[in-house]
Design a protein around this ligand. Structure first.
Ligand code: FES
Length: 119
């Protein structure tokens, strides 16, 4: 069972293959933003990887990060476009507290959306 460490929060066992955005919400129980509902449209689900960054990237993630000018920042990834299949350590850098938003956004589906095209 993979483990996720969220800096300043704790380390959690993760059901293998679960979407990272849902692990942040369900296991780590943090107020992670996901304003578009996990469809790779908003970038509010972004996290900063410290270790264990996945090497494969969905085309949707690559496109929106580039469009927002975020693609060049090392370790910055969209938690809605990642499944947990190995140990990871991240910083939760986009949370409801202090964001000015009313809520974290609609709950993402259990599977990656849109259907992933891996690059
Ligand atoms: S890009 Fe909107 S929740 Fe991931």
């Amino acid at each position: 069972m993979p483990q996720l460490t969220v800096e300043g929060v704790g380390t959690f066992f993760v059901p293998a293959g679960k979407r990272l955005v849902l692990v942040l919400e369900d296991e780590a129980k943090i107020d992670q933003l996901h304003s578009c509902g996990g469809h790779a449209r908003c970038t509010t689900c972004r996290v900063k990887f410290i270790s264990g960054e996945p090497t494969k990237v969905t085309q949707a993630e690559r496109s929106i990060l580039a469009a927002r000018g975020l693609g060049a920042e090392a370790g910055l990834r969209l938690s809605c476009q990642i499944t947990c299949d190995h140990d990871m350590r991240v910083m939760a850098i986009s949370r409801l507290a202090g964001s000015g938003k009313e809520d974290v956004g609609p709950r993402p589906a259990d599977i990656i959306t849109p259907p992933p095209v891996w690059t």
